[in-house]
Write a protein that binds this ligand. Sequence first.
Ligand code: CP
Length: 315
Amino acid sequence: MPPRMTDSNRSLLTLRGLDAATLTALLDRTESLLPVAQGIERMSKTDAGAMVGLLFLENSTRTRCSFETALHRLGHHPVSLTGQGSSVGKGESLTDTAANIAAMGVRALVVRTSYSGGADLVARVTGVPTINAGDGRHEHPTQGLLDASTLLAHLGSLRGKRILIVGDILNSRVARSNIHALATLGATVVLVGPPSLVPWVFAEFGPTIEISHDLDAVLESADAVMMLRIQLERDAGKSVSSDYRMAFGMTSSRASRLPEGVPVLHPGPINRGVELDDEVAADLARCLVLEQVSRGVAARMAILERALVLNARIK
Ligand code: CP
């Protein structure tokens, strides 16, 4: 099938190059949708009823359920498909799968795949507005948006703030999306981890990106700390020593060294006792993991609105 053009204004494939005005508009809309995301207020149903394909060909709990919740809150309908139980298990390709779901008349596609660049490929092949829900090591833009929303709620502004991202940067699509979003919003991003997982090449992401292989040396300079999981499914464990927790984990002892009000984030799922101690995860005043999830529903509503409202406008 020849590639077809898609309207890049309706797709969200990457946060790289997304201008500050668009990012800020999505974050503002996220904030205003929070009461709806939490079920306190309801949407008017005038534009409701769109079908949206959720293609989750790689495992997910938060992102998939968050998109389903967001669609229900907006009055739209998910058409869900996972790798297990679908014809992907018989060897059907990502693009053939997406083209078939698109042919059923869905108004947008949400794609998670282990293939870096897979969401972009789906957008080009189907011509349907496509939202990247995590593609391999490439990007996880909706996670980047919900993380920025959470940080803004606690820090007010990100301009001039130092945000530490700690852990398996090499394999992390979350890190890549956050680097782009946080830098666009004016923050300095400090990437922290062992050299095997934080190679110097990441400094080339931009002038406000710093690299450190010593968490204790930079910990107390942080305005916020984002812990990342070791991506065991991408074989990252092979390059991580058994001393990882002592060198790069957010232990209770390290958390106690953080100034008051400095939040700890984690995209989930947590490898408890590796990158985050149980006591730190349980401190909900400090650790914003569940707030990130709550905000994720509103962020995905804002992103879906962008895809679907513009779609409706061109009818
Ligand atoms: N943060 C995140 O993407 O979690 P899931 O893999 O559970 O969707």
